[in-house]
Write a protein that binds this ligand. Sequence first.
Ligand code: HEC
Length: 217
Amino acid sequence: MKANVKAVVFALLFSVGTVVLGDAVVRLGITQSHPLRSPSWVYAVPLPHPSDGGVDAPFVAPPPFIAFAKDFEGFTSWERIPVEGAMNAVGAKPGPTAVYVKARPPPHSTRWPNGSILVKTIEHERMEEWVIHAMVKRGVPYNRDGAIGWEFFELKYDPSDAKLHIVWRGTGPPSGHGYAAQGRDAGPGGIPLVCNDCHAAAWQNDGVLTPALALHP
Ligand code: HEC
């Protein structure tokens, strides 16, 4: 009985002491002074947030990639995939069509990493006459209503400075630069379509349509 009383008194003193000490620590400004928060020494051992259960690491979005004309230089020396019977822009002079890949994504990827560059050409005679379209993985949430993360480009080769120039860039062509589609399924008249119409439909392959570039997660 006596021992029990001692224990109760001790427990009381201890808890009062703790509160007083904690209060003093807070008052002295030794820890954060928010009145509803316990002093920081109570949290000496970091505890996981309840919502972190089962998550290995917090998701950190990779930085976006903004391409410039120089990023496309030398694309004809990248991996080249010839395309038969390609979907071509209306008005494009005919020629061999190919898709060039700057770098393939790592094996088992479900998305192309930011900075990925794909170029599609219709190679009519000299390079200044080629139609050159490109897709660059800029990063989520760019183009969130279309081929998510991808920025589209039209490029032109200028023989006077032997460089590629950006004709337009963005989530699609400006008016007057409409891609429209002819060939294959589009019929003789062509169908006015924008880049996102076709490429967003390929969402299961991260917007990329060339069969040889199918992702294998
Ligand atoms: C009518 C549908 C259609 C439209 C519109 C379209 N594309 Fe494509 N695109 C394709 C198909 C299909 C391929 C795969 C190669 C092929 O068969 O021609 C492709 C391939 C590409 C590629 C190579 C990467 C890939 O996805 O395979 C790029 C780059 C590209 N297109 C850019 C553009 C740009 C830029 C526009 C808009 C100006 C555009 N495309 C509009 C159908 C389309």
